[in-house]
Design a binder for this molecule. Structure first.
Ligand code: NAD
Length: 240
């Protein structure tokens, strides 16, 4: 069997984790669990009220570690797909805007987490990240600076530069298939990835509950847990 596409880039957003029980942003009118972006996802919000921001991410982290929150069939299908593509000699790059670790738990260990991770804390001075699974409080300071500095959630907030952009741009420039999955396409620079992939000659595909305002060569609409396994099967069978 030979692959119809051999340099595949998938960009995921909050929609892929919705059926695992983690709320998205846009579906709740641009609010994240009833909080505005400015309040809990900006450096200014953290400066204004660090306790509130730390508590917000503490609740998100605790929710993620609830045994009821598990990867769904969309995460699992992507984990198997990555393995299959690589076994057949293809390149597969998974870029996620999500801060949960459901892709990793479903077997995608080398995911590019461009907006950071809930299960990580960052030294606000040195920028050094460290694994973090419990609550993060004002008294938590780093061991990398003298004097020790405040730790903050390892989340890329609005106005900050996403992680690993060079690796993203490199993969996009080589892609022959680009899939935007469960993302509203409103958060830059990820929102511009479709256009970059298209300029590089890739076929562009959207999988979402409903069409977004971006333009794609093809779209598959419905719940990710159904549409993603279906679409990936088609790709492997050379039928999409
Ligand atoms: P978004 O909330 O802006 O958009 C979610 C998209 O997913 C929408 O277009 C919606 O139609 C679609 N969707 C919802 N349920 C779906 C389903 N079952 N199947 C398929 N599609 C579905 O998300 P975004 O574009 O990722 O941008 C939000 C930002 O918020 C990101 O930067 C992310 O870091 C952060 N965020 C992350 C999480 C998470 O890690 N799970 C959750 C909320 C917000």
């Amino acid at each position: 069997m030979s692959l119809a596409y051999s340099r595949i880039v998938v960009l995921t957003g909050a929609g892929i984790s919705a059926e695992s029980g983690i709320s998205t942003f846009r579906d709740s009118n641009g609010l994240w669990e009833n909080h505005s972006i400015e309040e809990v996802a900006s450096p200014e919000g953290f400066q204004r009220n660090p306790e509130k921001v730390l508590e917000f991410y503490n609740l998100r982290r605790a929710q993620l570690l609830d045994p009821q929150i598990q990867p769904n069939p969309a995460h699992q299908a992507l984990g198997r797909f990555a393995q299959e593509v690589r076994q057949q000699g293809g390149q597969f790059t998974l870029i996620s805007q999500n801060v949960d670790d459901l892709h990793q738990r479903a077997g995608n260990r080398d995911v590019i987490s461009m907006h950071g991770q809930l299960l990580s804390a960052l030294c606000s001075q040195s920028g050094r990240a460290r694994p973090w699974s419990g609550p993060l409080n004002l008294k938590d300071v780093c061991d990398c600076c003298d004097p020790p500095q405040q730790l903050r959630p390892d989340i890329v907030w609005f106005g900050e530069v996403p992680y690993h952009l060079e690796a993203c741009y490199q993969a996009l420039s080589e892609a022959d298939l680009f899939v935007a999955l469960g993302t509203s396409g409103q958060v830059y620079p990820a929102a511009g990835f479709t256009e970059l992939a298209s300029q590089a000659g890739a076929t562009t595909v959207e999988i979402n509950l409903e069409p977004t305002s971006r333009s794609f060569d093809a779209g598959y609409y419905g719940p990710a847990s159904i549409k993603v396994p279906e679409f990936l099967e088609k790709i492997l069978a050379g039928k999409a």
